[in-house]
Design a protein around this ligand. Structure first.
Ligand SMILES: *[C@@H]1O[C@H](CO)[C@@H](O)[C@H](O)[C@H]1NC(C)=O
Ligand SMILES: *[C@@H]1O[C@H](CO)[C@@H](O)[C@H](O)[C@H]1NC(C)=O
Ligand SMILES: *[C@@H]1O[C@H](CO)[C@@H](O)[C@H](O)[C@H]1NC(C)=O
Ligand SMILES: *[C@@H]1O[C@H](CO)[C@@H](O)[C@H](O)[C@H]1NC(C)=O
Ligand SMILES: *[C@@H]1O[C@H](CO)[C@@H](O)[C@H](O)[C@H]1NC(C)=O
Ligand SMILES: *[C@@H]1O[C@H](CO)[C@@H](O)[C@H](O)[C@H]1NC(C)=O
Ligand SMILES: *[C@@H]1O[C@H](CO)[C@@H](O)[C@H](O)[C@H]1NC(C)=O
Ligand SMILES: *[C@@H]1O[C@H](CO)[C@@H](O)[C@H](O)[C@H]1NC(C)=O
Ligand SMILES: *[C@@H]1O[C@H](CO)[C@@H](O)[C@H](O)[C@H]1NC(C)=O
Ligand SMILES: *[C@@H]1O[C@H](CO)[C@@H](O)[C@H](O)[C@H]1NC(C)=O
Ligand SMILES: *[C@@H]1O[C@H](CO)[C@@H](O)[C@H](O)[C@H]1NC(C)=O
Ligand SMILES: CC(=O)N[C@H]1CO[C@H](CO)[C@@H](O)[C@@H]1O
Ligand SMILES: [Cu+2]
Length: 592
């Protein structure tokens, strides 16, 4: 049976012996073409002709055959973000770690099982190509065996039915920022100038948005006290961003500012693109959205005017729902929300602003009740243009207090502890996650899955299967943003964080000294967790994970320029029971 569904060409074969399991075959043809985004034309990567890429709809238990055909004039790979790749580490999509890049004109078959349910996304994992638009949602419908957390919202049967229906009709919402330069233009400019490229040009909701330019007076009056503290006697540029020459943000390294292209730090030309419109039927009582941050740079703060949101899943997995008005979404995290549709019919503004300190940037979309009468006034915002509270009652999600559902507990003790340092490495645009920097050139080396010694040993951690591993991440010296650290394969626990320097030899000893900084009872359980921002001094976080899936997996910052600059590390998990690579995936073969 061949179906054309949402931009995919699908071949669906159902195994009659498993009611919920099937084989799903999709083909993703990647092309490189000019498209007008936020009103400006530039070359981007299209997936089956689309940006953002089409949604991959799955059922829990499905066997996925995802064939990539690369018609771009450069190497690519595709990663399935948050998918554990249990027993299929060769389908994780990381060049130099789990595969060789897919060359121009070639194809590769990613095969994996949708063991988990919920909201994920696929995206480019070669060089900076995420920022060229190669990303699209994945939604995996939960099997009927998964317990639902909706009893925390209401005990009313009709309400519960409405919530379940809303979940069944959920839609992914892709949040991102946009840059007018291609990822290779950014990389070339970083190498030529030595600077860390930390400004964007627009924010997008489902690929739609505009370039907004504020006047100098507006920029100066919007500049926050925190920004002023970093800026000193400087001001934000005309794209409302920290300038390139701000030593506090760039560190004290050599720079050549004349190698910076226009629009990278300054040069604002307003341009108008489409605005996203969400039309809802209020008799449904709730709408469910899977908010996905595909941003490569900025944290994104999201809210719907006058409406509450119940956050009911994070990174695809249920949590005990919490009612909030605004969420600050780090790069690559997914927040599934139920929005109660209980306001007078009309148009309400959906606001998304930069949640990162270095830039003021915003976009809007519309939530439209399809019934009359229309609201005859502007709706009231919960948040300001700089991501602060616009009312005394605005409730922001507190990520570290959210409790997974059902609760999962980490191991009580760790079998191994590693200390990793995040800092600059010889240049503003080069970074470490550990002792050394994982350079982009390593993406072209022999994959670690095939050869555990293919890259320098100081960029590798070797673990034994069925052990608990602690990773203590020390963020050195101001000024550093919060780094969204993504670990491939299974989720990890964020068990502790704090300001200052982590001086203890182990978590056990730190827990005796500062127990309030740790949670081993019901900590966040996600695939990306953020380090605290290091603003007034160093800061640290500790993640704990269970080694269950032997293979080579990357851990890295999901700020794309940080990853390209080397803020990454390879985990060789389960070296004692290392997997045998299927012949089709060995060497420079393409999975067929
Ligand atoms: C995009 O348009 C520019 C200007 O017309 C052109 O030089 C360039 O080759 C185009 N790029 C692609 C990938 O088509
Ligand atoms: C592209 O990938 C191939 C391996 O598939 C590698 O040999 C080659 O160096 C890569 N090219 C570039 C420009 O990185
Ligand atoms: C701003 O401060 C920096 C260092 O604090 C100094 O080097 C620079 O000359 C000052 N610039 C102006 C215009 O005062
Ligand atoms: C930094 O660049 C801005 C322009 O973006 C300029 O006005 C300022 O004088 C520069 N500051 C220093 C210390 O060079
Ligand atoms: C700085 O960059 C400019 C523009 O790319 C280049 O012409 C110049 O040679 C560079 N200067 C140095 C010292 O590298
Ligand atoms: C909204 O939903 C209700 C009940 O589900 C249905 O009767 C009605 O026709 C829908 N309205 C529109 C405009 O789709
Ligand atoms: C950003 O906010 C300004 C001020 O509220 C508004 O005029 C502009 O339309 C917004 N930008 C977008 C893309 O919605
Ligand atoms: C934002 O919250 C703070 C602290 O609760 C409060 O003092 C302030 O008035 C709020 N801002 C607005 C605009 O209501
Ligand atoms: C967020 O929750 C954590 C854990 O409950 C708590 O320690 C912290 O103070 C809270 N943060 C804020 C800003 O309320
Ligand atoms: C670190 O200190 C800042 C204030 O400088 C505070 O806002 C923040 O909550 C602290 N972070 C942690 C993890 O304790
Ligand atoms: C690795 O450990 C996990 C957890 O104990 C177990 O489920 C899995 O089968 C082990 N893998 C191998 C290859 O032994
Ligand atoms: C080539 C070079 O300068 N390498 C240095 C980069 O930074 C690290 C850590 O600070 C030094 O150890 C290297 O020598
Ligand atoms: Cu980072």
């Amino acid at each position: 049976m061949t179906l054309s569904l949402g931009g995919w060409s699908l071949l669906v074969l159902c195994f009659s012996q498993w009611v919920h399991a099937g084989n799903v075959q999709v083909t993703a043809v990647l092309t490189w073409a000019n498209r007008t985004i936020a009103g400006v034309s530039r070359p981007i990567i299209l997936t089956n002709g689309q940006y953002p890429g089409p949604t991959l709809w799955l059922n829990q238990g499905d066997n996925v055959n995802f064939k990539v055909i690369n018609r771009c004039p450069f190497n690519v790979t595709v990663h399935f973000h948050g998918i554990e790749q249990f027993r299929t580490p060769w389908s994780d999509g990381v060049p130099g770690v789990s595969q060789v890049p897919i060359q121009e004109g070639r194809s590769f078959l990613y095969r994996w099982t949708a063991d988990q349910y919920g909201s994920y996304f696929y995206h480019a994992h070669h060089r900076g190509q995420l920022e060229d638009g190669l990303y699209g949602p994945i939604y995996i419908s939960p099997s009927s065996f998964e317990a639902k957390p909706f009893g925390f919202i209401t005990s009313n049967t009709a309400q519960l039915q409405a919530i379940r229906t809303a979940e069944q009709n959920t839609s992914p919402v892709v949040l991102s920022e946009w840059r007018l330069l291609t990822s290779e233009q950014i990389w070339v400019a970083e190498e030529a100038s030595g600077v860390d490229s930390y400004c964007a040009n627009a924010l997008l909701i489902n690929g739609k948005g505009s370039v907004t330019c504020f006047s100098r007076a507006q920029i100066n009056s919007l500049t926050t006290p925190n920004q002023k503290a970093v800026l000193g006697n400087e001001t934000l540029t005309d794209i409302a961003c920290f300038p390139a020459n701000l030593t506090a943000a760039q560190g004290n390294f050599p720079h050549n500012y004349s190698a910076l292209p226009p629009t990278m730090f300054s040069g604002c030309t307003p341009s108008r693109g489409p605005q996203e419109l969400f039309t809802i039927n209020s008799s449904a009582q709730y709408v469910s959205w899977d908010l996905i941050s595909a941003a490569g740079l900025l944290h994104l703060t999201f809210s719907v005017d006058e409406h509450d949101m119940w956050v009911y899943a994070i990174d695809g997995r249920y949590v005990q729902p919490v009612r909030i008005n605004a969420i600050n979404i780090p790069n690559s995290n997914r927040y599934s929300v139920l929005v109660p549709l209980n306001k007078p019919a009309g148009d309400y503004t959906i606001r998304m602003v930069s949640g990162s300190a270095q830039q003021i940037l915003n976009t809007t979309a519309i939530l439209r009740y399809n019934a009359t009468p229309q609201l005859k006034r502007a709706s009231n915002p919960w948040i300001t243009l700089t991501g602060g509270n616009a009312t005394a009652n605005t409730i922001f999600l507190n990520d570290t207090s959210v409790i997974p559902f059902p609760v999962v507990t980490p191991g009580a003790t760790a079998d191994a502890t590693y200390f990793l340092t995040i800092g600059h490495y010889n240049a503003s645009y080069r970074w470490t996650l550990g002792n050394s920097s994982f350079g982009l050139e390593l993406e072209e080396s022999q994959p670690l899955l095939f050869n555990q010694n293919a890259i320098p040993s100081d960029l590798v951690i070797r673990t034994k299967n069925n052990t608990w591993v602690d990773l203590v991440i020390q963020v050195n010296a101001p000024i550093q943003p919060s780094h969204p650290i993504h670990k491939h394969s299974n989720k990890h626990f964020l068990i502790g964080q704090g300001n200052g320097t982590f001086t203890w030899p182990s978590v056990a000893e730190a827990m005796q000294a500062i127990p309030g900084s740790f949670n081993l009872v019901n900590p966040p359980y996600k695939d990306t967790t953020s380090t605290p921002a290091a603003v007034r001094g160093p800061a640290w976080s500790v993640i704990r994970y269970h080694v269950v899936n032997p293979g080579a997996f990357l851990m890295h910052c999901h700020i794309q320029v940080h990853q390209s600059g080397g803020m990454a590390l390879a985990l060789l998990d389960g070296v004692d029971v290392w997997p045998t690579i299927p012949p089709n995936y060995q060497g420079d073969r393409s999975g067929f």
